[in-house]
Design a protein around this ligand. Sequence first.
Ligand SMILES: *Cc1c(COP(=O)(O)O)cnc(C)c1O
Length: 240
Amino acid sequence: MHKIGDNLTGVNHRIQGAALHALRDPSSIRLLAVSKTRSADEIRQAYKEGQRRFGENYLQEALDKQSHLIDLPLEWHFIGPIQSNKTRAIAEHFDWVHSVDRLRIARRLNDQRPEEKGPLQICLQMNVDNEASKSGVVVAELEELALAVTELTQLRLRGLMAIPAPRTDPAAQQRVFQSVASALEHLRGRYTHRKEAQIPPLDTLSMGMSNDLEAAIAAGATIVRVGTDIFGPRQPRTGI
Ligand SMILES: *Cc1c(COP(=O)(O)O)cnc(C)c1O
């Protein structure tokens, strides 16, 4: 019963330690608890321990859990691959989407976002291991996508997300994360000639998971997405 609480404490300590090591303010890094395959009860336990932000990969599973947790003031982040027939529900039921990698999906999210909810917070998913992963925008196409997304008024472009292939060497992990940070920096430079009101915040680097959050924080992560080290090893998904 206390396990999730202990795990959360442990992960928050790791974040603080990594921040201090990198001479960063620990409060500039937010923990996203990745709750895919976990139950609504486990999310509720994490909430009782102070956790507010949760990340989900599978729409139907997420909607089921959300319906059991409507009494809690949670912030929901969609972090999985997005099929176009799922955009409406994602636009209606989430606060953030980290996994936008094409304009067609961005346009649908924009058009389907209920006005009263205000803009949906968006990260563009970057493909940092070109051949290993099919999702994510390649760096050569990032700028064009970012500039187009900026024009969509129901979306607010916050930054970049990446899921690098697993690496064990911390220096190698950090190099990949550094390339994402550089891409964001480069993108910021593309907006300098604009009026303040037309510049997206670009304040977010969503990167780092259970095994590499220290390297991600050293490279500038502002959101780390942690599942296993909070909730324990995942069970295989059963046909959703
Ligand atoms: C599952 C998942 C995570 C969490 O990974 P852990 O290794 O369990 O911490 C983070 N980000 C994404 C996109 C995921 O799918």
